[in-house]
Write a protein that binds this ligand. Structure first.
Ligand SMILES: Nc1ncnc2c1ncn2[C@@H]1O[C@H](COP(=O)(O)OP(=O)(O)OP(=O)(O)O)[C@@H](O)[C@H]1O
Length: 581
């Protein structure tokens, strides 16, 4: 993995602020106004001690006080204005980064989700985004105003005594010789602690999402044991990181007071030899303490931001992740027609995996009903995934109506295809909403018609609230067969031109399965491609493809292939017993 500099990451994080540079400029200007007024007080004190008191010119001092009162009023108004623009700036940037990450996640597509644990992605979109948002909400505004105040204080200090200013800054610079070493050590330890924290988040996610398995296997002690181990490492690492962090804090304070002692020793000497007035020294000391408080706070901000940079780096890497599948530059529209599907010399292997499909050639005509059969794990589902363009082939071309898939807009392809997956995912909402997912603008009647055709209507009516029944998280309150029928109803509602059924009826009883098969048969003009292990369900398909080792080794209708006594016959006789069950 390339090493990224903090500057690179910080620049990227700040890019979410640049669209609001107008607000940023206003924020800086208001900071200058507020800082100048606030820091005028030591100057007024200096005038009082050096000029007003010795000369007895109280009129002038009263005039100055009136002037300061006007400025204070101006400052209070500016403060209210500054708070408003600061709020806008930080909330806009925080909103934009969250939205941008979410949008990016969508473009990454299927391969990303299949290869990244969900816990990781959730952690990224929740904790990392939140951490980076703190930069806009806390650190950036405070760094801005602290830097402005520090600069103004420094200007006043130099104006009073450049020599004394140089002397105090030397003590501050002392921190830089030792501070960065401690800070680096601290952030390395915190980085390690974050890694353990990530692992901890992942374990929490896994234990919640696999609650059924945990219960069924009485795995609670095992889970708790793992938790304890990771949590122990996590808290130990944090304690270590914090210890080093506090050591650097102590050292910073030490340098702070070294400077103060230098001012207290050298300042009176300057007054004594007449190079400085008492009022000037008093004002200088006030400016010095203000400046040091600001500089040390800036240092703390920078150190704390460094820790957030680790989260920023995770997000930056995520944002730089190039989608495996790109939208076409010059798309060709299919206009919702399907046509002939062709696989020409298609080879494919999953990233970092062995080759699965080996120069596969396949033609499926519009309206044809084709079943793909074969031993488990030999690539049947993969053929469906490639046709849906979840992945691109390593070699060869897949086309619909002569147009290669990469040239078809992804949204059109999704509209064209209705995929009923091996595992049904239901959202934790009502049955109705879960079916409507297939066509968001469908009427209630359309939803019910789709449910009827998926042979789901009757069981839905038998549930407590009918179509309004909540299915629980991931549909936990429904049986496997019920979930499958809802998933089929979704597809029926969508009425796609190409229907992909991956073991879509495997959890149904015989009667439900026959009814659903009949409805699928009635899908006018649709091309149907089905993967099935229960061979009895595909006997009336127009064509059966038998796959072995990434190739189609046999194809034809049921009768011909069984008579031929080849690969299908071998599968059939091997599975007769299973089918009879
Ligand atoms: N996302 C993935 N990353 C890596 N390997 C994968 C991925 N998905 C599937 N595989 C592997 O690819 C091979 C083929 O999987 P596929 O799901 O296409 O088989 P299948 O013929 O449909 O199996 P089954 O009949 O059991 O559903 C399997 O060995 C599987 O482990």
């Amino acid at each position: 993995m390339d090493k990224l500099s903090s500057f690179q990451i910080y620049k990227w994080m700040l890019s979410f602020v640049t669209p609001y540079r107008g607000l940023l400029i206003l924020l800086v200007l208001s900071g200058v106004v507020i800082g100048s007024v606030e820091l005028a007080f030591p100057k007024a004190l200096q005038f009082l001690i050096d000029t007003s008191i010795p000369s007895g010119e109280t009129d002038k001092f009263i005039l100055i006080l009136i002037g300061i009162s006007v400025l204070i009023f101006l400052m209070v108004v500016t403060m209210a204005y500054r708070n408003r623009i600061e709020r806008k700036l930080r909330e806009y940037a925080a909103r934009d980064i969250q939205w941008s990450m979410f949008q990016h996640l969508r473009t990454l597509g299927y391969p990303y989700f299949e290869n990244k644990p969900t816990g990781d992605t959730l952690g990224l979109l929740q904790s990392s985004v939140k951490a980076v948002q703190e930069i806009y909400r806390i650190y950036l505004p405070s760094l801005l105003w602290r830097s402005i105040f520090a600069l103004i204080s420094l200007v006043f200090m130099v104006q009073i005594s450049p020599l004394l200013t140089g002397l105090t800054l030397v003590s501050f610079m002392l921190y830089y010789f030792v501070g960065p070493i401690l800070e680096k050590k601290s952030s390395q330890n915190k980085s390690q602690a974050y890694q353990y924290g990530k692992e901890y988040d992942k374990q929490i996610y896994d234990s919640v999402s696999a609650i059924t398995e945990v219960k069924a296997y009485s795995a609670q002690p095992w889970i708790m044991d793992n938790f304890r181990k990771v949590h122990k490492q996590y808290s130990k690492q944090w304690l270590k990181a914090l210890a080093i962090f506090h050591l650097s804090e102590v050292f910073r304070r030490f340098t702070y007071y070294v400077g103060a002692v230098a001012v207290l020793l050298y300042g009176p000497y300057c007054v004594h030899n007449g190079t400085m007035l008492v009022g000037e020294l008093s004002a200088f000391i006030l400016y010095y303490f203000t400046l040091m408080a600001l500089l040390t706070a800036i240092m703390t901000d920078i150190t704390e931001q460094k820790i957030l940079l680790l989260q920023g780096e995770r997000l930056y890497r995520f944002a730089s992740e190039v989608p495996l599948l790109q939208e076409p530059d010059a798309p060709i529209s299919l206009s919702n027609r399907s046509g002939t599907i062709r696989f020409e010399g298609v080879s494919f292997g999953y990233p970092n995996g062995p080759m699965l499909l080996d120069k596969l050639n396949l033609t499926i005509h519009q309206g044809e009903r084709v079943a793909i059969v074969g031993e488990s794990g030999n690539g049947k589902t993969t053929v469906m995934k490639l046709l849906s363009r979840f992945y691109d082939p390593t070699e060869g071309v897949i086309s619909i109506d002569g147009i290669p898939l990469p040239l078809i807009p992804q949204s059109e392809l999704s509209d064209l295809i209705g995929y009923v997956f091996q595992e049904t995912y239901l959202f934790g909402t009502s049955i109705q909403e879960n079916i409507r997912f297939g066509k968001p603008d469908a009427s209630d009647t359309e939803v019910q018609e789709a449910a009827l055709r998926a042979y789901a209507h009757e069981f839905i009516l038998a549930t407590k609230d009918g179509y309004e029944t909540e299915v629980g998280e991931r549909g936990i309150k429904l049986s496997g067969g019920q979930k499958q029928r809802i998933s089929i109803a979704r597809m029926m509602l969508k009425r796609p031109a190409i229907v992909l059924l991956d073991e879509a009826t495997s959890a149904l009883d015989r009667e439900s399965e026959m009814r659903v098969q009949q409805s699928i048969r009635e899908l006018q003009g649709a091309t149907v491609i089905a993967v099935a292990h229960r061979l009895s369900t595909i006997q009336d398909f127009d064509r059966i493809l038998v796959m072995d080792q990434g190739r189609v080794v046999e194809q034809g209708n049921w009768q011909d292939l069984i008579t031929q006594r080849g690969a299908l016959y071998a599968l059939w006789t091997g599975r007769e017993y299973m089918d009879a069950q």
